[in-house]
Design a protein around this ligand. Structure first.
Ligand code: NAD
Ligand code: UDP
Length: 316
């Protein structure tokens, strides 16, 4: 066991990132309570953990209060793919804001340390590149992404007010595009879309001219960053960028997926969604200095593991 055994609550624990985090916390020797309402998460993501006596699953919607006794809380509950968070935008904002209020209230009552899965979307369509934590962002407050972006911004506000007003121990991570096994084939995000399209021999859908950029982090790197941030000294509150600084265009990503899958898919152009950020790249100087963290999995390796996962899943 790497650390003393702790009771750790993971909201959104049946989702893509949450399931990897639960797995990692169990491997580190902790008691894990996974809370999820299965809006975008699935039981399949955590089925392999069910037999572990140190793992508990609770079906619960974080927009309602929750009474538990734990030492630490990772608050991940929230749909993350634009397709899913825009399907029921009011519920998305409620999940971020009411969810944060409920989890912060729980942390305050029991004295737990609490981590927030925030996002690079707080920077909106950024005018500062690469994005540093001091940059305040350019979010359209009434656009289709606002339910998510403003919900996450308000959650950060709540975290810092609970910290200042109630001396809560907080950890706020701003996560940049992360991919890997256990993304849902219908997730709608670009990496899973492109891989599934390539494996099924369907056209690859590029939104806009494909010149917009993102920087993709493999899931195991991100989870290492989560654990380091949670275990960092109390004065390290964040917000702290966690992501892979290797930036590329969406067209380059499509070409890489075609090369690695050996697919013959053609590229088809679809309209660019409203408010789609034109460029995104994390500056991770703070994470390097404060957490001694940086990604180690290169894009080809991470994509290959993800392709292998989807190949097995699609064949099943
Ligand atoms: P995901 O959709 O796979 O996981 C989200 C999980 O939260 C799902 O299991 C879903 O069922 C659950 N959930 C949603 N609403 C809920 C509610 N009201 N009550 C309880 N559970 C609820 O997405 P993910 O990629 O694993 O993202 C996890 C977190 O990380 C999210 O908060 C997301 O905003 C954040 N994030 C992820 C990325 C990324 O690239 N993956 C980037 C930035 C931020
Ligand atoms: N995108 C695309 N084709 C797809 C899905 C997404 O070209 O099938 C683009 C999307 O317009 C955006 C980028 O890929 O510019 C990343 O989209 P994603 O939904 O993964 O996440 P975002 O970073 O926009 O939240």
């Amino acid at each position: 066991m790497k650390y003393a055994r702790k009771r750790v609550l993971v909201t959104g624990g049946a989702g893509f990132l949450g399931s990897h985090l639960c797995e990692r916390l169990l491997a580190d020797g902790h008691d894990v309570l996974c809370v999820d309402n299965f809006y975008t998460g699935t039981k399949e993501n955590i089925a392999h953990l069910m037999g572990n006596p140190y793992f508990e699953l609770i079906r619960h919607d974080v927009t309602f209060p929750l009474y538990l006794e734990v030492d630490e809380i990772f608050n991940l509950a929230c749909p993350a793919s634009p397709v899913h968070y825009q399907r029921d935008p009011v519920q998305t904002t409620k999940t971020s804001v009411h969810g944060a209020i409920n989890m912060l209230g729980l942390a305050k009552r029991i004295g737990a340390k609490i981590f927030q899965a925030s996002t690079s979307e707080v920077y909106g369509d950024p005018e500062v590149h690469p994005q540093v934590e001091e940059y305040r962002g350019a979010v359209n407050p009434i656009g289709p992404r606002a339910c998510y972006d403003e919900g996450k911004r308000c959650a950060e506000t709540l975290f810092f007010d609970y910290h200042r007003q109630h001396s809560l121990r907080i950890k706020v991570a701003r996560i940049f595009n992360t991919y890997g096994p256990r993304m849902h084939p219908d997730d709608g995000r670009v990496v899973s879309n492109f891989i599934v399209q390539a494996l099924e021999g369907r056209p690859i859908t590029i939104y806009g001219d494909g010149s917009q950029t993102r920087s993709f982090c493999f899931v195991s790197d991100l989870i290492e960053g989560f654990v380091r941030l949670m275990n960092s000294p109390d004065q390290v509150t964040g917000p702290i960028n966690l992501g892979n600084p290797r930036e590329m265009t969406i067209r380059q990503l499509a070409e890489t997926v075609i090369r690695l899958t050996g697919a013959r898919s053609e590229l088809v152009v679809k309209p660019l969604p409203a408010d789609d950020p034109l460029q995104r790249q994390p500056n991770i100087t703070k994470a390097k200095q404060l957490l001694d963290w940086e990604p180690v999995v290169d894009l080809d390796t991470g994509l290959q593991r993800t392709i292998d996962y989807f190949r097995t899943r699609l064949e099943a």
